[in-house]
Design a protein around this ligand. Sequence first.
Ligand code: FES
Length: 136
Amino acid sequence: MDRKNFLNSLSGGLALTCVSCMMAACEKDSTPVDGGPTPDVSLDLSTQLTGVGDFVAINSIIVVRTATGNQASSFKAFSNVCPHQAGTISYDKTSTVFTCATHGATFNQSGSVTKGPATSNMTTRIVTVTGTKLTV
Ligand code: FES
């Protein structure tokens, strides 16, 4: 085998190896658990978020109950990563305001910017409620 053929066979092998690695990575991320991907947040509404205004901050997500009833529309969920420069956002139940600790941007309960320097709204997450189980 000459040098050119050797290099061609080597690069083909690497490409197959890379494709194989990428496929394995994709398979890992999409492997269903109990019929779907593992949620970032899973809460029991019989013991958590029982009152309007209650919130949970877990796995970089903030979930707030905004209304009574166990349906998805009674909750808001957002990433706690600030859209300005990725500072950490926290929630104040009393004022119902989200505040970024890094530069002080604030957001209302809908995740809309109410004070800069952030110019984009918070990133919303989809809430699903089945019975008393809430997942994000
Ligand atoms: S990182 Fe949040 S206001 Fe700057």
